[in-house]
Design a protein around this ligand. Structure first.
Ligand code: HEC
Ligand code: HEC
Ligand code: HEC
Ligand code: HEC
Ligand code: HEC
Length: 289
């Protein structure tokens, strides 16, 4: 008698948060996938053409024919498997070469900077709705930006401040309510991430009038967050070497659609650098500690 069957389903309630986390994968960009597939099939094709023809020419070696008759056998100096040796070497070279090529492609193309990266999130949370239409300030949810290195993601309790009334039975918010009841965070998928060898700090930037917009793009218009800027070393240094044009008054840091160069006189920027003593570091140890 086997115990597999519907009875085993009552064993434990499926955890919707875990299921959502499992569903949320980095999204495959079709254009990029096609490009990679193209490169791969080119490599495979190369192997497919060269290996069989090489093999064929090697196998005709031991027998000499004249007029269709077998005339003479060449004595075997090498064991028979040795005929395949060059093919094996060739295959190994292609295999290793393919690996190196793939690695180079991966690390040296813009994809590695993650620009354009837009994972599927477990809840269909929209910054356009919340930050723009409802008009909630970034700091209400990302409460670390002005005080710590991390901006922080909001705990579910922040969402429930409103959603215990607004859309309180909406199926789109089922996971948020579940997260609240189980006291487990919503498994948001991280979008921006610097390599471990880079040190970054939000508050030093927010307190010197650098807007979220410069590094994250027009988040307040995004239905789903996408990685808008490269956040590469050159990107950081471009501003560190010449910060003035990228500054704005501190109370406008989270107003993403506020265009400083439209509202401020041209001499405001250099004056701010002097007044605040802005001097961003360019030495390596500042960001690589
Ligand atoms: C109502 C709460 C709320 C407000 C207001 C809000 N956010 Fe968010 N933010 C979130 C949540 C939840 C996530 C994680 C889910 C996602 O990426 O969409 C997030 C994600 C982000 C991320 C990506 C984090 C990562 O994984 O790299 C950035 C950047 C961000 N927010 C910037 C902003 C900016 C800038 C503003 C103000 C214009 C803002 N947010 C306003 C709730 C909020
Ligand atoms: C200050 C109040 C407030 C907070 C805080 C808030 N929301 Fe909302 N949320 C709203 C309003 C208002 C709407 C729009 C309701 C409507 O469309 O009728 C909404 C809509 C939504 C929707 C429906 C889809 C959409 O964008 O129209 C989702 C999902 C959602 N919120 C998730 C969240 C999550 C997750 C959090 C916490 C990170 C959160 N909300 C925090 C007020 C809030
Ligand atoms: C100078 C560039 C820069 C500015 C300005 C900036 N961010 Fe970020 N942000 C980053 C980087 C880089 C990361 C990834 C950090 C990491 O990997 O440690 C990040 C990560 C985040 C995250 C993910 C959670 C976290 O704390 O790592 C959120 C949310 C966020 N930023 C929100 C904001 C908001 C809101 C503002 C404006 C008040 C802002 N950021 C301004 C560069 C910036
Ligand atoms: C738009 C301008 C701008 C960009 C882009 C920018 N920074 Fe900065 N950064 C500043 C300013 C302004 C300061 C503060 C300088 C001061 O107070 O003298 C600063 C300070 C710093 C500091 C010094 C912190 C400390 O403790 O002294 C570090 C580290 C840093 N930035 C890292 C980064 C990294 C990493 C990036 C790229 C992901 C980056 N910054 C992108 C403008 C920028
Ligand atoms: C303002 C911050 C900042 C400063 C100053 C800085 N770096 Fe970087 N560096 C970064 C960031 C951010 C990355 C990660 C780039 C990425 O994710 O592709 C990085 C990556 C690197 C890498 C990895 C290779 C690469 O290009 O991705 C090397 C090597 C490096 N930095 C060396 C240096 C040296 C040497 C100096 C001093 C001349 C220096 N860095 C100064 C921010 C900085």
């Amino acid at each position: 008698m086997t115990r597999a069957g519907p009875g085993s389903a009552s064993h434990g309630r499926p955890n919707p948060l875990a299921a959502a986390a499992a569903r949320c994968r980095p999204r495959l960009d079709p254009a990029r996938a096609a490009a990679v597939a193209g490169k791969m099939s080119f490599l495979l094709g190369l192997g497919g053409v060269t290996i069989p023809s090489l093999e064929q020419s090697l196998q005709t070696g031991p027998v000499k024919r004249a007029g269709g008759r077998v005339e003479e056998f060449v004595p075997a100096i090498f064991p028979k498997w040795a005929n395949r040796l060059p093919v094996m070497v060739m295959a190994a070279v292609l295999w290793v070469g393919g690996g190196v090529t793939a690695g180079v492609w991966y690390y040296f193309t813009p994809k590695y900077t993650r620009q354009g990266y837009q994972p599927i999130q477990p809840v269909n949370f929209s910054h356009a709705t919340h930050a723009d239409q409802v008009g909630i300030d970034c700091r209400y949810c990302h409460d670390g930006v002005e005080t710590s290195g991390y901006a922080n993601l909001p705990p579910t309790a922040i969402c429930m401040n409103c959603h215990n009334q607004v859309l309180r039975d909406d199926p789109g918010l089922a996971l948020v309510r579940e997260s609240h009841d189980l006291e487990k965070p919503v498994p948001w998928v991280r979008v921006h991430r610097l390599p471990d060898y880079v040190y970054f700090h939000h508050a030093v930037h927010a307190r010197r009038g650098v807007s979220c917009d410069h590094c994250h793009g027009a988040i307040h218009q995004m239905e789903e967050v996408a990685h808008a800027q490269p956040l590469s070393m050159a990107f950081c240094l471009d501003c560190h070497r010449r910060p003035a044009p990228n500054l704005r008054p501190l109370d406008q840091v989270t107003r993403l659609d506020w265009e400083p160069h439209q509202h401020l006189p041209a001499d405001w920027f250099a004056a701010a650098v002097n007044a605040w003593g802005v001097n961003p570091p360019s030495h390596c140890a500042a960001c690589h500690r």
